[in-house]
Design a protein around this ligand. Sequence first.
Ligand code: DAH
Length: 340
Amino acid sequence: MVKTNLKTLKIRAQSEIKTAKDLEELNKIFKRYLGKKGELTQVLHSLEKLSRTKRIKIGQEANQLKNFLKIKFDQKAQEIKEKVRKEVEEKEWIDITAPGKKPALGHLHPLTQVKRKTEEIFQAMGFSVVEGPEVETEWYNFDALNIPPEHPARDIWDTFYLKNGLLLRTHTTPVDVRYMEKHNPPLRIITIDRCFRHEATDASHEVNFYQIDGLQVSKNISVANFKATIQEFFRRFFDQEIKIRMRPSYFPFTEPSFEVDMVCLNCGGKGCPACQKTGWMEMMGAGMVHPAVLKNSGLNPKNWQGWAFGMGFDRLCMMKYKINDIRLFYSSDLRFLQQF
Ligand code: DAH
């Protein structure tokens, strides 16, 4: 009776030890068999009730089994510890020779990139890069530029007026006046900055946009100087020879005034949807600075002449990168921005 018990006990104990998942479980199994009240311990305790011969025989077997199981427990405990150690090692292992993770770095906005490139080109041609306030007085935005209060031209430059009488500038041309007031000619400047207009937004209009304004004032300055400068700028900006043409136009602050077109980069002048089949892209307004503007800036028109131009800067960037919607610049859409 006891003997068969020992045999099945051995088989049971062995299989339980084998499947123990961790030390805690193994401990419980140990207690069940070899603890104070463990099954095998009880067998050993009950030996005294047996006859001498049985006691010796079964006692021997029980003790052998006890030793056998102890070894099995030890082995299993080692095995579990080793397994845990390996798991920890695997989890916590770091390859100190692995290359570092590249942090996601941002970069300059495409408008800023192109702004810097444009400034560089003009600086190389002797121009200073200057700035003026985005919130302007009516005087600098309109009157000084020869646009009196009732002048119809104010309609095309409708803007946002602040309660204190100031306004958000509609162009960067007022910077020309501010600069001429404080600096003596000869002078050459460009300003690339933010402007605002009160108008509905669409693919080519935003209430907030960028404009580049250029000005050169000196003696004996003519339209020829302007044409050469702007042609050279386009050549460097687009990295290719660019054909331009000038058409008569009107601006209150220039006389004569003209519109400058460049050959459509999309079709090379053949005519396509991008240029409304004309083969030309309208690029900027320009002209010889109006004597009234020179006078308003504190310069004597008899002594000084100059040319000026104004160009939508977003538009210039759109042409460079073939972007078809101005709103993309202000949408903060990473899918767009990450392409630059
Ligand atoms: N400021 C004008 C505009 O916003 C553009 C312009 C035209 C600027 C002629 C100039 C210029 O400096 O000479 O439409």
